[in-house]
Design a protein around this ligand. Sequence first.
Ligand SMILES: Cc1cc2nc3c(=O)[nH]c(=O)nc-3n(C[C@H](O)[C@H](O)[C@H](O)COP(=O)(O)OP(=O)(O)OC[C@H]3O[C@@H](n4cnc5c(N)ncnc54)[C@H](O)[C@@H]3O)c2cc1C
Length: 381
Amino acid sequence: MKPIVIIGTGLAGYTLAREFRKLDDITPLYLITADNGSSYYKPMLSSAFTNGKTPETLATASAQQMSEQLHATIRTNSVVTAIDIKTRQIMLEGEIISYGKLVLALGAETVQIPLRGNAASKVMTVNNLDDYARFRHAVAECRHIAIIGPGLIGCEFANDLSNAGKHVTVIGPDATPLGRLLPPEAGSELQDALTRIGIDWRLGVVADKVIYNDAGYRILLSDDTFVDAEVILSAVGLRPNIQLAKEAGLKLNRGIAVDRNLRTSARDVYALGDCMEVEGFVLPFVMPIMHCARTLAKTLTGQATNLHYPAMPVAVKTPAHPVVVSPPPPDASGHWQITRINDGIRGEYRDDHNNLLGFALTGAATADKQMLTKELPPLIP
Ligand SMILES: Cc1cc2nc3c(=O)[nH]c(=O)nc-3n(C[C@H](O)[C@H](O)[C@H](O)COP(=O)(O)OP(=O)(O)OC[C@H]3O[C@@H](n4cnc5c(N)ncnc54)[C@H](O)[C@@H]3O)c2cc1C
């Protein structure tokens, strides 16, 4: 029997394998990963200090342990370099593997902003456990960290590093933090709370150049001012990892395009997780992965199953001022209704017929999450 091959052992690859094994313990499973295959919960990377975790304790199982749990072969530190959809083979360095069905769980890559200067290449990014181990080592003895990107991941790292006693400056073009997700009132509330724990902001500017001198790094900003720091983290966003699929000739949009069975344009090739796009949605979050993994596991056992996405609000891990957000769809027509409650903001995005299309809750208003989520329409009915 030809194996089901899954490329990727992040949350998408491992969750799918687990869901599949609940339904089928016979079909050979073969997982391949470019990293060491440790199982870890990626959202913990930006709250590790607060939760008393180190890179070592974030890993909950080794590849060997996962292999035993999943009755699967797991090939670690192996980069898949090509997929041949005609012969149903994938190429690794020096090896060819045939698949019966192939699943792409390739994740996302970090967006690199164009920076000038002799130290531009020293700017760090964190999108996996190895990156985090390097970052954690770099910040261990340092006092001042600059974060480029006031979005979800930037704000989470800022709060976490501040909780670890570090001085953090957050830089970005937005007027308020989480500018793409939150209405300005909610962003300001978050900004105020993070300022109260010592975080500095340089908003409305972009980082242009990074230079190194004996005192550390200097980031030159678009308004001709600068920020000095010992470590710089860039958290400006992620984009689906589509290169392998592109070279294999699969249909792409922003992510690897799949239908509601999570099928790509190639026969017996599927995709899920941060690399994938379905019905126009690229959702690089945990909840969509859980829904896709359960759906795809059934499809892989021969019961073709359609994906449904309920509304899936995202909790931002900023304990200084918690935030829960379910952004309105990009093409939604409506407006924000803002209510200020003692310690927080309740923002409801409603259309002209008063239908709720999205919400943003901060501080004490996050208690309304469940009630408002029930009122939201599903993303994919
Ligand atoms: C700091 C941070 C905090 C986050 N916090 C939250 C949160 O609070 N809530 C939330 O919902 N989401 C959060 N997310 C997003 C969430 O963690 C991701 O959506 C999820 O982990 C993505 O899983 P994945 O398996 O799709 O990708 P990944 O975990 O990136 O896995 C990709 C896998 O593909 C492998 N791979 C890629 N290319 C190849 C190749 N050519 N050959 C072999 N292997 C390859 C990699 O080695 C890896 O095993 C956060 C993300 C980050 C970075």
